[in-house]
Design a protein around this ligand. Structure first.
Ligand code: NOJ
Ligand code: CA
Length: 546
């Protein structure tokens, strides 16, 4: 067994048993019948989140925006978009959530703004002004920057600008790590423009932290400094931000959309996501191969696949390497899905498959992130046109399904054609109220698993993770969790395959006493120098061993 010297955790203490819930605000709950979810709607549903056991919300951008990228094109960082409510409504959400033990993380978009943002409008002008150097402009409309996406022909200013994502999202200027000779328009990271941008981002963070936000999910966190090999200068910026937070807002949490924990955590983030666009992470677990393919290697399967053809090593090799490298730096976080994946966890999976996947998600280290609706097995709605720049992401952004009998599944009282996106038309669509009635529903299982996690320090964020049986071509996958410095030990086994499986597992069986916390009783039995584990098809088990 590896040993770990207990020391101060490299993240705010509240993250230790945190469970975070991502809310896409336009699709969660509409309080005023205009067809668009809003902040008072979220306040109305806080009781649901509290009962689910959630301790934090990640709210996708809720700021003033022309909504060409669903709000990731911010026009005013300090103003709540009127369609979601007012700044007061957001402060009310912070306070009402906190009263239920729930913190709210806002979405910070530091890499770019909307082309309607006053900074960018000013920077498009011919005359030099305070904002001329807030963005990356070449020195001639016909000069396009190498290796960067540029837009030309829109401005009075003679130059082309660098876009960070869509054309309407001009990149803020954090400077270039390596300024190329002969390209004077590339500014060093300590030029006045980049320094001013950095100050503004900090001020925006301060503005919302002072009003009750508990931290930020940071959009495209690795994208800031250009021509930055290894993202060293970008990391330097985040470390400065982190040092400032540690001094002034030590309770605030930062989670990056970086997808490489081995870079993001040394860069100062408390948490980084295991994402679908990284090599390991989400994809080999949930989205690879013939049945669930999105980014398709046709010869390998997701681990969570009934075929049993998945290979846990495709996830674990990188995961264990990164876990070892970042154990003292921060947390690697497992999302059930997110607003960018375009596919819901539930696609191609039934309730038993999902329960098995959730048992894994909710017993892994780091902070689990639940994408709204995944806890009831909401499905992707196919064939929808793009909405606000969603393109292939649309189908996993549809309204939350609350009530089987309510108008628009209880999301909104607006006429169906006025909804932000249509409700899943499937008559069998899952709803919260429908799941509440059935003690064995996915929702109730997820609720039970969250309660179990939070009751056992071994299962929480910083608990040790030790694979006991994790081999290609063998099931189940078995691992132990143990809180550093504590005696409690928990063994977890997952068998996503439709076939039953059994294995002898090497490990310290302690006194041989096994208490079933979840799943099949008597499936784990102490034997010799370890255990014997027997798992039915598509099952997961969690046992306290002494
Ligand atoms: C990542 C966000 O999650 C995504 O929704 C957005 O379109 C891009 N960044 C651009 O901000
Ligand atoms: Ca509304």
């Amino acid at each position: 067994m590896p040993t770990q010297v207990p020391g101060p955790a490299p993240y705010p203490a509240w993250l230790e048993d945190a469970v975070c819930y991502e809310i896409y605000p336009q699709s969660f709950c509409d309080s005023n019948g205009d067809g668009i979810g809003d902040l008072p709607g979220i306040v109305e549903r806080l009781g649901y989140l509290e009962a689910l056991g959630v301790t934090a919300i990640w709210l996708n951008p809720c700021f003033d925006s022309p909504f060409l990228d669903a709000g990731y094109d911010v026009r005013d960082h300090r103003l709540v978009a009127p369609r979601y409510g007012t700044n007061d409504d957001l402060e009310r959400l912070f306070a009402a959530a906190r009263a239920r033990g729930i913190r709210v993380l806002l979405d910070l978009v530091p890499g770019h703004v909307s082309w309607e943002h006053p900074w960018f409008v000013a920077s498009m002008r011919h005359e030099r002004n305070e904002f001329s150097d807030f963005f990356i402009w070449t020195d001639h409309a016909w000069r396009l920057p190498d290796g960067l996406r540029a837009v030309t022909g829109l401005s009075e200013r003679d130059g082309s600008y660098v876009a960070n994502f869509f054309v309407h999202q001009p990149a803020l200027n954090y400077g270039f790590a390596n300024v190329e000779p002969g390209h004077p328009w590339q500014q060093p990271v300590d030029a006045p423009g980049p320094l001013a941008v950095r100050r503004e981002i900090r001020d925006i963070m301060r503005f919302w932290l002072d009003r009750g936000a508990s931290g930020f999910r940071v959009d495209m966190a690795a994208s800031l400094v250009k021509h930055d090999p290894g993202r060293r200068e970008t990391a330097r910026f985040w470390r400065e931000i982190r040092a400032w937070l540690d001094t002034e807002y030590p309770e605030a949490a930062l989670v990056s959309e970086w997808g490489r924990p081995s870079e993001a955590l040394p860069a100062g983030f408390h948490m980084d996501f295991l994402l679908h666009f990284a090599q390991g992470g989400y994809t080999p677990l949930f989205r690879q191969g013939s049945r669930h393919s999105m980014m398709g290697d046709p010869y390998s399967w997701s681990f969570f696949d009934r075929s049993g053809h998945g290979n846990i090593r495709a996830f674990l090799d990188e995961y264990q390497r990164d876990l070892a490298a970042t154990r003292h730096l921060g947390l690697m976080c497992m999302p059930s899905g997110n607003h960018d994946m375009g596919q819901r966890l539930a696609d191609g999976r039934d309730a038993a498959d999902l329960a098995c996947a959730w048992a894994f998600i909710l017993t892994m280290p780091g902070v689990p992130f639940i994408y709204y609706g995944d806890e009831i097995g909401m499905r992707t709605v196919r064939g929808l046109p793009s909405k606000e720049g969603s393109y292939d992401r649309t189908g996993a952004r549809t309204p939350m399904q609350w009530d089987p009998d309510g108008v628009n599944a209880g999301f909104s009282t607006a006429p169906p054609e006025a909804l932000y996106l249509p409700i899943d038309p499937d008559p069998e669509r899952p709803t919260v109220a429908g799941h509440e009635e059935d003690p064995d529903s996915l929702l109730n299982r997820v609720r039970g698993l969250i309660a179990l996690r939070r009751a056992h320090p071994a299962l929480c964020a910083g608990g040790l993770f030790v694979p006991l049986l994790a081999e290609a071509g063998r099931l189940p996958f078995v691992y132990e969790r143990r809180a550093p410095g504590a005696a409690e030990r928990i063994v977890v086994a997952v068998n996503p395959s439709a076939s039953a499986c059994a294995a002898d597992v090497v490990g310290d069986p302690g006194s041989g006493s096994v208490e079933t916390l979840y799943g099949p009783p008597d499936a784990l039995v102490a034997r010799g120098g370890g255990w014997q584990v027997r798992m039915p098809g598509v099952s997961a088990g969690i046992w306290l061993v002494r």
